[in-house]
Design a protein around this ligand. Structure first.
Ligand SMILES: [Zn+2]
Length: 131
């Protein structure tokens, strides 16, 4: 799978025009949410990922909240170099091209598919300032 550059990621989101009544509107995920079991995930297609790091190099678990936001806030920055954006796949609605971020959260006793809408205005390329 190909990692998209920050500019490509912003471009995907910036060109999205919401389509009224699309089946993906069942996903309310301005901030991170669990992918609802009732949602038909086959409506989405994977278009890339946020990074191509060495798989043996564990990406940071640090989050980036300079404005005091929290992990699941609707206005939390999409900081590409920070958790969890440094391990996301990028998906789109196959019908309306709505861009979405997904990753799998591994808890002690559970695995949870998380999803968040990709809002161009919130993308911050913190990956460029790491390493
Ligand atoms: Zn859609």
């Amino acid at each position: 799978m190909t990692a998209l550059t920050a500019a490509q990621i912003v471009g995907l989101a910036a060109h999205y025009v919401p389509e009224a009544g699309c089946a993906c509107s069942a996903l309310k995920c301005a901030g991170w949410e669990s992918l609802p079991a009732t949602f038909d995930a086959s409506l989405l297609r994977r278009v890339g990922q946020t990074n191509n790091r060495d798989p043996y190099d564990e990406p940071t678990l640090e989050e980036h909240h300079p404005q005091g936001t929290r992990y699941d806030a609707a206005d939390a920055p999409i900081a590409l170099g920070h958790f969890p954006y440094n391990r996301c796949e990028i998906w789109q609605c196959a019908n309306c091209a709505r861009p979405l971020l997904r990753y799998t959260e591994y808890g002690g006793y559970y695995v949870d598919q998380r999803i968040r809408e990709l809002n161009a205005a919130l993308v911050v390329d913190t990956a460029a300032t790491l390493d």
